[in-house]
Design a protein around this ligand. Structure first.
Ligand SMILES: Cc1cc2nc3c(=O)[nH]c(=O)nc-3n(C[C@H](O)[C@H](O)[C@H](O)COP(=O)(O)OP(=O)(O)OC[C@H]3O[C@@H](n4cnc5c(N)ncnc54)[C@H](O)[C@@H]3O)c2cc1C
Length: 390
């Protein structure tokens, strides 16, 4: 049986970016359909590490990141749950003097951006964070950053969007989009035809074919960050931890489990899917035990990965299409889209309503790839991109 729908805005992809956009658009009075090929929040948005971190982002992302920063403490009012969001602070460790110099340079460069970074020397670190092992020369602390439970937050936004009146269509892959005089026609699974005035392309690692079909090829590749979680432990870790230069990141949740990330998983034959490497998981736990003596006897109980869209310059694509009026892109968050997604959703809603936003997004224009020979790469991206530093 075929089905027809007509809405103001059709959103392709119900990750945190698409779901937060859907909720924001509904708040502005638009009729919205949110389509996902599987379940909303089941891909990167629901399986990520959960780092809610501004520290370490490229400067051009900070205005957007600050916008999102204002949303996180309002989750309960916005989506009905707090998503276990905890403003614990984010501590970025320096292994040597070169790392420390790099943290100092970053702190100076972002001094006007409101991150309130505090540089901490070796002695200060021992006094305040005695659970960190030797061999760390110093750190940079961002007190307002934190962490949250991605599985709750991402599905929470989609559920809130549904309650607000968004037509949430799961297991409904968009198979094609065309534009005609009056707007867009989308063909989707289950014989669904949908007409809309606007389309938001927030299909994560799967967004490139939609951009390409409107004459905008992009060099989107896939990465598969690898995660491990331990059994519940006594409180060990009071803050979200990252390393300058990447390598490892760790946080302890209220129940006591410690989530540790690092390394990369490998794609399966179907590059939508990946499998964490056993030796990768062991390396993650060995690195964690070396850094945090309290984890030396921790049992790892689960490890996993997820599929993330990555851009070569590590910045996402956010903004209007340059070929097609009414089409707006938001993808390629390169391992760091969880924190900024609620801000991206608000920006996308403004782009639909006003055609512009006060939040600077020029650096994320799809036009920056016009000159490069764009290619869509389904490879792992392992070794090409520096590990995102959560
Ligand atoms: C393991 C891991 C750890 C990470 N850790 C962090 C972190 O600590 N902090 C941080 O800030 N970021 C982190 N990230 C990155 C972050 O999770 C992503 O940047 C963010 O979730 C991207 O959201 P999204 O909505 O763009 O993509 P996704 O969540 O991937 O959503 C895209 C959706 O589009 C749907 N879709 C695709 N094709 C179609 C189609 N044809 N029709 C309909 N729907 C379609 C998919 O099913 C999917 O649900 C991590 C990512 C991974 C994988």
């Amino acid at each position: 049986m075929s089905r027809r729908l007509e809405v103001d805005v059709a959103i392709i992809g119900g990750g945190l970016v698409g779901s937060s956009a859907a909720l924001a658009l509904r708040g502005l009075g638009f009729s919205v359909a949110l389509l996902d090929k599987g379940f909303c929040g089941a891909q990167a948005s629901g399986v990520n590490y959960g780092g809610v971190r501004r520290q370490g982002r490229p400067i051009e992302q900070l205005p957007l990141s600050q916008r999102a920063h204002a949303v996180w403490p309002r989750l309960r009012a916005l989506i009905g749950i707090d998503g276990e969001f905890l403003r614990s602070g984010h501590l970025k460790l320096a292994r040597d003097e070169a790392d420390m110099a790099s943290l100092e340079a970053y702190a100076e460069a972002v001094a006007e951006q409101g991150l309130d970074l505090e540089l901490i020397g070796h002695n200060g670190l021992r006094e305040r964070f005695g659970w960190i092992g030797d061999g760390i020369v110093g750190a940079s602390f961002c007190p307002g950053d934190g962490h949250a439970n991605p599985r709750l937050v991402s599905t929470g936004f989609a559920a809130a969007a549904r309650r607000a009146g968004v037509e949430v269509l799961e297991n409904t892959a968009v198979e094609g989009v065309t534009r005609d005089g009056g707007g867009f026609a989308l063909e989707a699974a289950g014989n669904l035809t949908l007409r809309s005035r606007f389309v938001v392309n927030s299909a994560g690692a799967w967004a490139a074919p939609f951009a390409e079909s409107f004459g905008e090829p992009v060099p989107l590749s896939r990465i598969y960050p690898s995660m491990v979680v331990t059994e519940p432990m006594e409180p060990v870790m009071s803050v979200n931890i990252g390393m300058e230069g990447g390598g490892i990141y760790a946080r302890q949740v209220e129940r006591g489990n410690i989530v540790v990330g690092g390394e990369r998983a490998l794609p399966l034959n179907d590059p939508d899917l990946s499998r964490p490497r056993g030796d990768g998981a062991i390396a993650i736990m060995n690195n964690a035990a070396a850094l945090f003596p309290g984890l030396r006897h921790a049992q790892a109980i689960r490890f996993w990965s997820g599929t993330e869209g990555a851009m070569p310059d590590k910045n996402p694509v956010i903004g209007p299409s340059e070929t097609t009026h009414g089409l707006i892109h938001a993808f390629g968050f390169t391992g760091a889209g969880f924190q900024i997604a609620p801000g991206v959703g608000e920006v996308l809603a403004e782009l639909v309503r006003d055609g512009e936003t006060q939040t600077p997004i020029a650096a994320f224009s799809i036009g920056r790839f016009r000159e490069t020979s764009a290619r869509t790469d389904a490879g792992s991206g392992a070794g090409q991109n520096q590990e995102p530093q959560h």
